[in-house]
Design a protein around this ligand. Structure first.
Ligand code: TEU
Length: 559
């Protein structure tokens, strides 16, 4: 197996809670995943990435882990896991686990012990600080730094017993591990090694570029609302590359070629991304950057959603293609469990649902990088259509609701933003068929299935050669078949065009040209080679060189 087999691979992300329930409790589980492997094999994906299935109080749906060695009973048992892994391998696929080690749950025994006493041998496994000088514990403004947490409020929580605060970049139930402490790092590496020894094929590393903080911890630039922006003080921090190189030595060396490692890296710059993914540096295979999915955020954050500026979106993706052309490697994604559904966000889920889902799929999959398909994306699943705050389960939404109301943003505006970009949009049950609850569960689903499952579902699409799913299947097969897709150069075309996304790929004399109309108007394009053959298209009777119809995509090949 070539060392860079993952350059021609496609990864499929499973969010177990919403994928398939097998026991009627309304929560997806490992046996449920086993029962749906046919679909994934049919689709042709190479690697499955499982969002966290470890023991967890589920404050953040499993991104708050209380035991790295155990499977959460909601999902099954270790035996179920071994059976799933064996099934996945038997079908020629790989299985990658989520690794959440910037923080644990506050219910993890490490934190319970750390919290028990200032003298605990585990005290220094987390970040403890006294109140700010001149302030009493609990007094307003006593937090050791002014940082705002990702899920609203301060990043510091007072532990009344000791009068000290602990750091949580995310939720109060997600205390940050102190990676400065070598014992923490050894414990994490040992745990990773045990999972690899068990047979897993790699890791998707949650917020891995946040593990090294600038010391001493200090205040960030003030934000509206009184807190400060700590991000530059803990993202891409001073020791992050050193830690990942150490992890590589301690965990991956010797078995690296078979594995896939991907770092989730919010706020990563292209310079850091090259460092993270340059094979000579031995850190990770690829990272997830966020610039393109932050494109519609407004001054008040993600829920202050702005209309898509396509020229800007293209400039961002072009910049990433260019920056990682010589060294390093891109991940390509529109969707994951934290992002709204792309057909609703950048496509047109009302008038051109199928065409826009396919056009967006093609534009992404034919770029240079490893594509990730998030469950349900392959059938063009849409946003949830929630209209009231009570319909949401996500902690991020509820934190933001309180915070935005407190600064006077009208409810309707907040709800409109949430309907566009809340994470729950991605977390409704996978729409398997037209039956009640979309075939996801026989019980009551933890989040309701979207009503459009009566016509938008996998069963219907598997029978239809023109379906969104059939189109994704073809895109995945093309990456396996055509080296120009995996390995060719990338050149953006028509960068200033506000409706067309077009680019050219080239390898050893083979030229692949992609032209996509990401609008509902007819538009002219003049960048295709008139002698080229249509490789893949989303509308009937494509004609090379003709005006693009609404949401039409054509990929053409010249040998
Ligand atoms: O997400 C980290 C992250 O920076 C974002 O995706 C974040 O959730 C989003 O910007 C909020 O709007 C990872 C996981 O993917 C996410 O599900 C977890 O909640 C988070 O880390 C904490 O573990």
């Amino acid at each position: 197996m070539a060392n860079d087999w993952w350059k021609s691979a496609v990864v499929y992300q499973i969010y177990p809670r919403s994928f398939q329930d097998s026991n009627g409790d309304g929560v997806g589980d490992l046996q449920g995943i086993r029962s749906r492997l046919d679909h994934l094999e049919w689709l042709g994906v190479d690697v499955l990435w499982l969002s966290p299935i470890y023991a967890s109080p589920h404050a953040d749906n499993g991104y708050d882990i209380s035991d790295y060695e155990a499977i959460d009973p909601a999902f099954g048992t270790l035996e179920d896991f071994d059976a799933l892994l064996a099934d996945v391998h038997a079908r020629g696929m790989k299985l990658v686990m989520d690794l959440v080690v910037n923080h644990t749950s506050d219910e993890h025994p490490w934190f319970v012990e750390a919290r028990s006493s200032v003298d605990s041998p585990k005290r220094d496994w987390y970040w403890w600080r006294p109140p700010r000088a001149g302030f009493a514990a609990g007094q307003a403004g006593a937090e050791p730094t002014n940082w705002r947490a990702f899920f609203s409020g301060s990043t510091w929580e007072l532990d009344p017993a000791s009068g000290e605060y602990y750091l949580h970049l995310f939720h109060v139930k997600q205390p940050d591990l102190n990676w400065e402490n070598p014992e923490v790092r050894s414990a994490v590496y040992a745990m990773m090694n045990r999972w690899l020894d068990r047979g897993v094929d790699g890791f998707r590393m949650d917020v891995i570029n946040l593990i090294s903080k600038v010391l001493p911890l200090g205040d960030g630039e003030p934000l509206p609302g009184g807190l400060g922006n700590g991000f530059p003080l803990y993202a891409n921090g001073p020791r992050v590359h050193e830690f990942l190189q150490e992890m590589h030595r301690e965990v991956f060396s010797g078995r690296d070629a078979e594995l896939l490692t991907v770092g989730e890296t919010p706020g990563v710059t292209t310079d850091h991304a090259v460092k993270f993914t340059d094979p000579d540096r031995a850190e990770v295979d690829m990272v997830f950057q966020f610039d393109h999915v932050d494109v519609d955020h407004g001054p008040l954050g993600k829920f202050d959603t702005q209309p898509l500026d396509l020229v800007r979106l293209k400039a961002i993706l072009d910049r990433w293609q260019v920056a990682l052309a010589e060294r390093g490697w891109n991940s390509l994604y529109w969707n994951n469990h934290d992002q709204p559904r792309v057909v609703s966000r950048f496509g047109d889920d009302r008038d051109h649902w199928a065409a826009s889902a396919k056009a967006l799929g093609a534009v992404l999959h034919l770029q240079r990088g490893t594509p990730y398909v998030y469950q349900g994306e392959e059938i063009g699943m849409t946003n949830a259509g929630f209209t009231s705050i009570d319909q949401y389960q996500d902690i991020e939404v509820h934190g933001a609701w309180d915070e935005l109301r407190a600064i006077g943003v009208p409810d309707e505006r907040i709800l409109a933003g949430m309907a566009h970009v809340s994470r729950d949009n991605a977390r409704t049950p996978v729409q398997w068929d037209a039956s009640e609850h979309a075939g996801f569960t026989t019980g009551t689903p933890w989040l309701p299935a979207t009503p459009n499952h009566t016509w938008l579902n996998a069963a219907a699409q598997r029978e239809d050669p023109d379906s969104v799913a059939a189109f994704y299947r073809r895109l995945i097969a093309l990456r396996h078949e055509l080296p120009v897709i995996a390995h060719g150069t990338f050149e953006m075309l028509l960068p200033g065009d506000p409706q067309v996304f077009a680019y050219r790929r080239e390898l050893d004399g083979t030229v692949l040209t992609v032209v996509a109309n990401l609008s509902g108007d007819d538009v002219a394009v003049d960048v295709e080679d008139p002698g080229a053959d249509v490789l893949v298209a989303n509308l009937p009777d494509p004609v090379v060189g003709a005006d693009l119809r609404p949401w039409e995509v054509r990929a053409t090949l010249t040998a």
